[in-house]
Ligand binder design. Structure first.
Ligand SMILES: [Zn+2]
Length: 318
């Protein structure tokens, strides 16, 4: 076996993640990078714990398959490695041991997915219990932040209460995970970086919520290089963006302005496969400080190959 390269943190460089459920697609990803990567840096090993469980692959296998594919296809540049959608300290242990460098914390199990629907009295009721998880509440109350885009974030009582109800417990969990990741790497002496993702929720992340989440993570000492809010509109894997592109553009600019103001950190787009109408807007709004995660299209392309060349295997799969 050839010597495999070590993955490294990519910092604030524009980056693109190529998830590959079957462990065979990396040479294609390398070809895409060579053809159109430009200043973008790749994350070839990228898999969520959920996908590893589904595909019965270990973190070590995911790492080796991707790196072997990269070497075989002649990639000589830097490579990041995304341990995606981590939910527990055990998830951190296995992926850190396998050499992953980009740790995506996903506290979405603790996000109140219905928070935007609560009327004022329900919100106050929910807030009474959520308050313990949101010690930051008073610190933001009544403040306003003017963004260079011309938008203003009003941290009104309503906005702060909703942020506490929706994300209070999630922020607490994210900070605990971030702390654990820091300890693991302090012990191993290796470098790392963190993305926080709250993209897999029903309701969009408001600007006020983005501001509070990121500010709390940074103040809590998290090595945050990337944040994936839940953007407006519909983001399904493997198909283009569904929604108002003009509204999305304005929203991306505001989110990017927050990332610039209190970070800097990258804005991350998940379920990024085939979001062709979003890529340019994201790159423009963030001035190149972005991360995109894809996987869906690589899997669909693999299925297409199977369908064309091995009908009986295709029947087994579907
Ligand atoms: Zn995601």
């Amino acid at each position: 076996m050839t010597q495999l390269p070590q993955c490294v943190p990519l910092g604030l460089a524009p980056s693109f993640g190529f998830g590959d459920r079957i462990g065979l697609a990396t040479p294609g990803h390398v070809a895409a990078m060579k053809r159109s990567g430009g200043a973008i840096e790749p994350i070839f090993p990228q898999q969520s714990i959920r996908e590893m469980t589904r595909t019965r692959r270990t973190a070590v296998q995911v790492m080796q398959d991707a790196l072997q594919g990269a070497v075989q296809a002649g990639w000589t540049g830097r490579i990041g490695a995304d341990a995606d959608h981590l939910k527990t300290p055990a998830d951190v242990d296995v992926t850190a041991a396998a050499g992953f460098t980009f740790f995506t914390i996903d506290p979405s199990d603790d996000v109140d997915q219905k928070a935007d629907n609560y009327n004022e009295s329900t919100l106050r009721e929910k807030f009474a219990t959520a308050r313990d998880d949101a010690p930051w509440f008073d610190g933001y109350l009544g403040k306003g932040i003017d963004l260079p885009t011309g938008s203003r974030i009003e941290l009104s009582e309503q906005a702060c209460m909703r942020a506490a109800v929706k994300y209070g417990a999630a922020i607490k969990r994210a900070l605990a995970m971030g702390d654990y990741i820091r300890q693991v790497h302090a012990a191993s002496g290796k470098d790392y970086e963190i993305e926080l993702s709250v993209d897999e929720t029903d309701q969009p992340t408001t600007l006020a919520e983005h501001y509070i989440i990121a500010d709390q993570c940074l103040k809590g000492g998290m090595k945050l290089v990337s944040l994936a809010p839940r953007f407006i509109g519909e983001l399904e894997k493997g198909v283009d963006y569904k929604g108002d592109l003009q509204a999305l553009d304005a929203s991306l600019q505001d989110h990017a302005a927050i990332a610039d103001l209190i970070g800097p950190y990258k804005l991350s787009l998940h379920s990024g496969s085939d979001k062709l109408s979003m890529y340019a807007a994201l790159a423009r709004a963030t001035k190149g400080r972005f991360h995109v995660k894809t996987a869906g299209t690589s899997y669909l392309e693999a299925l297409r190959v199977v369908a064309r060349h091995d009908e009986s295997l295709f029947r087994q799969i579907v």
